[in-house]
Design a protein around this ligand. Structure first.
Ligand code: NAD
Ligand code: UD1
Length: 338
């Protein structure tokens, strides 16, 4: 297939491009580099052995987005392009609405104008908010707790409305749990700008000496060891799910909404210990009060993805830590020094 990958130079998009290229698809990446680096394109070329077709486009620019799609001959679009920092979304909600919802609207309009009718969309477990029970199934109530989450929910709804009016339009909505890890080459990985908000990149930066200690947010949660429990999923498993989702759209001719997680809950301290084992480096930490908006325990029921996509996660927490550490130790400053 000929595939447009919006947000293709970002963390999850870049890993997905590797899998798609390995499966023989013809790719065009598009990104505005608002949260990624052109260095990614060189790294992708080094991994795949072929030049990367790239267009620098901001999806907020309607005309540029139409131009991107027109005459591109695309069989499908993968849509990763979004702003994703929860805290920032609370400070600048309108920017999040404009970028995420506005950009998605332009993309859907441009797809419609160009007659492109297959979409794989990056949603998030954030749409479940604080779930009533775990593991979380796709039919759990949706209740978002911050502007970032609201953009994901609205985008899911926009896509659903389009599908309802155009039966030929097929959308695979993928609700990711907690993506971590990196490609086994160590050439691409997660490179947050500024202090990381998320646990694994913070652990990596402590281990590599960029930050002195980890703050563990809350030791009094009703969990196995008092720390928060999440469903960490290796980004390479996640990338493979996108290729499988495309295949499922083609094979079955209809869309779906599925969770992408391992189904295993892992606590903060369990992840820290696994990382110390994998890296051989200490990760000193302090137990500090809970972070506002956090929840005790969230992990997926991934059965529907297995049923509909034939996909299940294969890489365990040790592999996630090993590969995250390889990336961080080979690129202590991320892509900045590349
Ligand atoms: P990322 O920031 O690394 O990648 C997103 C890419 O989109 C970046 O390269 C950015 O420059 C680009 N982009 C943003 N706005 C754009 C615009 N208007 N026009 C063109 N390009 C634009 O993030 P990621 O971790 O790879 O996440 C990919 C997707 O998955 C996002 O939609 C995110 O919300 C979703 N998601 C991520 C996580 C996670 O923990 N990483 C979890 C659940 C869902
Ligand atoms: C984050 C996002 C959420 C998104 C999810 C998956 C926030 C507030 N929420 O949530 O919208 O859907 O990722 O990408 O960013 N922790 C520490 N110390 C740290 C960082 C985190 O103890 O420095 C703990 C947290 O309290 C939590 C766990 O580690 O228990 C995981 O945190 P994080 O990586 O931020 O993911 P989520 O909380 O799941």
């Amino acid at each position: 297939m000929r595939i447009l990958v919006c947000g293709g130079s970002g963390y999850i998009g870049s890993h997905t491009c590797v899998v798609l290229a390995e499966r023989g698809h013809d790719l065009v990446l598009a990104d505005n580099f608002s949260n990624s680096s052109p260095v990614v394109l060189e790294r992708l070329q080094a991994i795949t052995g072929a030049p990367v077709a790239f267009r620098q486009v901001d999806l907020r620019d309607r005309a540029a987005t139409f131009d991107l799609l027109a005459g591109g001959g695309f069989d499908a679009v993968l849509h990763f392009a979004a702003l994703k920092a929860v805290g920032e979304s609370c400070e600048r909600p309108l920017d999040y609405f404009e970028n995420n919802i506005g950009g998605t609207l332009h993309l859907l309009q441009a797809m419609q104008a160009a007659g492109v009718k297959r979409l794989v969309f990056s949603s998030s477990a954030t749409v479940y908010g604080d779930p009533d029970r775990v593991p979380v199934r796709e039919d759990a109530p949706l209740r978002v707790t911050n502007p970032y989450g609201r953009t994901k929910l609205v985008m899911e709804q926009l896509i659903g409305d389009l599908v309802a009016t155009d039966p030929g339009f097929q959308a695979g909505v993928l609700r990711y749990f907690n993506p971590v890890g990196a490609h086994s080459s160590g050439l691409i990985g997660e490179d947050p700008s500024g202090p990381p908000n998320n646990l694994m990149p913070y652990i990596c930066q402590v281990a590599v000496g960029r930050r002195p200690r980890l703050n563990v947010f809350g030791g009094d949660w009703p969990t196995v060891d008092g720390t928060g429990v999440r469903d960490y999923i290796h980004v390479v498993d996640l990338a493979r799910a996108h290729a499988d989702a495309l295949d499922a759209l083609v094979r079955d001719g209809r869309g779906f909404t599925v969770n992408l997680g391992t189904g295993q809950g892992v606590s903060v301290l369990q992840l820290v210990q696994a990382f110390e084992r994998a890296s051989g480096r200490p990760v000193p930490y302090d137990l500090v009060p809970r972070r506002a908006g956090d929840v005790a325990e969230v992990y997926a029921d991934p059965a529907l993805a297995q049923q509909l996509l034939g996909w299940r996660a294969q890489l365990d927490v040790d592999a996630m830590c090993r590969d995250a550490w390889r990336w961080q130790s080979m690129n202590p400053e991320g892509y900045g020094a590349g």
